[in-house]
Design a protein around this ligand. Structure first.
Ligand SMILES: Cc1cc2nc3c(=O)[nH]c(=O)nc-3n(C[C@H](O)[C@H](O)[C@H](O)COP(=O)(O)OP(=O)(O)OC[C@H]3O[C@@H](n4cnc5c(N)ncnc54)[C@H](O)[C@@H]3O)c2cc1C
Length: 473
């Protein structure tokens, strides 16, 4: 049974696909001064730097890693097709700026995968069973919506009893697969405030390739971790191993976990509430396990997406035969994904083969010719997948967004409705750049005209829990 009209894919923001284009490092010596320094060359940092460049102000991006992209990294060399190690899907094509930017950059935007299947043991779910599951998702979302109107508790604590055999699957689809945490660890208010994430669309060359291409117009100094920000009411200085950069404003785009872990020192200290907000808005766990399996041993169609009926958190999502290739991605997340990734790449690959063998019957170990697994929690400059709030912490996104003197914060965790997404990170970077430009007098004081995409998002009515494309009918 293929789920089309009402689909579970749209319930998951964290579904994941390409390499780094080999972007040359900033060849020139690190400048000693800039109008604005941007820390981090992920989606938020690249967006901020492009906005500052467009305003004809001097910007430098310092990036700790040896490549741009942050959580958008495409591996184009290991497999036959580009493999996105971080973000893969572009949601909400009518408002998502990444679609327009991708096309303008000459990259190919693919249609959303249409095949979504549910496995029950070794067979596909019957149509009536699929309907039951979709009904369970509606009930679960409704319970989350209802609860969020009254108080903020965990999504897990309000799950209706009548989800029956589908309780575990609903938890995976709405929790681990959506945000990298189990429902018991997710605030109903944060979930309800999350904007719909429908129509998962990918970029054929990879979303990481897209961010790398977009960064070509801005100066990025790679392998340059910011270690300390010295600031006053007037200006700031950013310390790096390559020297100090004096600036009139700084935009910090590092992940909430990287900020909370204290990798960047502030002198004087920034308010404790900012660091506490970052710590509370910690990152969930989400990883891709890539298996190249020539000959289509699973017998699935191109770009098929598959989940299983599961009674435990020990489950995964399969994205099969990516772009007609023999590459399959098995995605894990939440508490199970966190524990498994801590055991290392070999354990992750072993789980993926065992899980597929359980669902498809034949021993698949021999079918795998190449494999690779991401481990975002162990990535020193990111330390996780995406930020999701526990009960009570949703308002802290606003706190994390508050500037401290000449220091502005951006990144997916600072976005109140698009947290956990690339477009949320992008928009937050543009917003921070505009605020910093206003501060240094490069933009007029009144609020800048919003981009049409931002306006449309806000006119769309109150955000609701993430099951776009899924009507009750
Ligand atoms: C496996 C996975 C799948 C995902 N799937 C999707 C998806 O399908 N669709 C979607 O929209 N989103 C998805 N996401 C979420 C998305 O990737 C993120 O929301 C987004 O990329 C975050 O961008 P950012 O700029 O806020 O942060 P980051 O990408 O983390 O960028 C921050 C940058 O700061 C750098 N940095 C850290 N410390 C320092 C320092 N001291 N000095 C200098 N630089 C530093 C880091 O190296 C990094 O490059 C996924 C994430 C993961 C991990």
């Amino acid at each position: 049974m293929t789920i089309t009209r009402r689909n579970f894919l749209s319930a998951s923001a964290a579904l994941a696909m390409a390499p780094v284009l080999g972007r040359p490092a900033w060849g020139a010596p690190l400048p000693r001064e800039a109008d604005i320094v941007v820390i981090g060359a992920g989606a938020a940092g690249v967006a901020a730097a492009r906005r500052i460049t467009a305003a004809s102000r001097k910007v430098i991006v310092v990036e700790a890693a040896s490549q741009v992209g942050g959580r958008c990294i495409t591996d184009s060399s290991t497999f036959d097709v580009p493999f996105d190690r971080g973000a893969r899907w572009i949601h909400n094509p009518e408002t998502n700026p990444m679609i327009r930017l991708g096309r303008a950059a000459g990259l190919e935007i693919m249609p959303a995968p249409s095949g979504q299947k549910i496995r029950i043991g070794r067979r596909n779910a019957r149509p009536s069973e699929t309907e039951d599951f979709l009904a369970a998702l509606v009930k679960a979302n409704r319970a989350i919506d209802d609860a969020a109107r009254r108080f903020d508790v965990s999504c897990g604590s309000v799950m209706p009893k009548e989800l029956g055999d589908w309780a575990g699957t609903a938890d995976f689809v709405l929790g681990a697969s959506f945000a990298g945490k189990d429902l018991k660890d997710i605030s109903v208010v944060d979930k309800v405030r999350a904007q719909d994430r429908n129509s998962a669309i990918a970029c054929r060359q990879g979303l990481g390739t897209l961010i790398a291409k977009l960064s070509e117009q801005v100066p990025v100094s790679l392998s340059t971790p910011a270690s300390r920000i010295e600031w006053s009411a007037r200006d700031a200085g950013v310390q790096t191993p390559a020297g100090r950069i004096a600036a009139r404003a700084v935009i910090v785009t590092v992940s909430s976990n990287a900020l909370a872990s204290g990798g960047i020192k502030f002198a004087p200290d920034i308010p404790k509430r900012t660091l506490d907000a970052a710590a509370r808005l910690g990152l969930g766990s989400y990883d891709h396990i890539a298996l190249q399996m020539p000959g289509n041993p699973l017998g699935l169609a191109r770009d098929d997406i598959l989940i299983e009926q599961s009674t435990s958190t020990r489950t995964a999502l399969l994205y099969a035969n990516m772009g007609s290739s023999s590459l399959c991605s098995i995605d894990i997340g939440g508490s199970f994904g966190r524990d498994l990734s801590a055991q290392g790449e070999a354990a992750m690959i072993a789980f993926a083969i065992e899980w597929l063998t359980k669902l498809f019957g034949s021993d698949l170990a021999k079918a795998v010719t190449k494999s690779s697994a991401t481990r975002w929690n162990a990535s020193p400059y990111v330390q996780g997948a995406m930020s999701v709030a526990p009960p009570g912490a949703q308002p802290l996104r606003k706190v994390l967004n508050e500037p401290v003197g000449p220091i502005y914060f951006a990144g997916e965790a600072t976005h109140e409705t698009l947290w956990g997404t690339v477009d949320g990170a992008w928009e937050s970077g543009e917003r921070a750049a505009e605020a910093a430009l206003r501060r240094i007098g490069a933009l007029r004081e009144e609020p800048v005209k919003q981009a049409p995409s931002v306006k449309r998002r806000q006119q769309g009515g109150p955000p609701r829990a993430g099951l776009p494309g899924m009507s009750a009918s």
